[in-house]
Design a binder for this molecule. Sequence first.
Ligand SMILES: [Zn+2]
Length: 130
Amino acid sequence: MEGYKPFGVPMRELESVVMSIEEYEALRLADYENLTHEEAAVRMNISRPTFTRLYDKARKNVAKAFVEGKAIIIRGGTFISGEYWYRCKNCHETIVSDTPEENCDKCNSPNITKISGKDDNATDDSVTGK
Ligand SMILES: [Zn+2]
């Protein structure tokens, strides 16, 4: 499981905002990689209106967590499924694959974190919130 937690608050006292991987990816492509919404929608293989909806939701979730001092939990997506998702800690690329990966597609770093996978269903119940 991936996410962020505010400084100095024990996890058990912490409320969290749950963000989907698609929302995370929308925010990363638009605000970190500085793609246009059209380009980002193509990269995610979704329609432009869907991208905008995800992006708006992502920004609201991040703002809410930031202002209210809540944790952010990134979890499985709602409409992109059946694939493994990783985040590279070296180059920050998001890697999507049909099969488990050991290395980043882009920079070949082994320093990747799984953010979602086909076998993640068993852990869903342990996530606080919804
Ligand atoms: Zn990489």
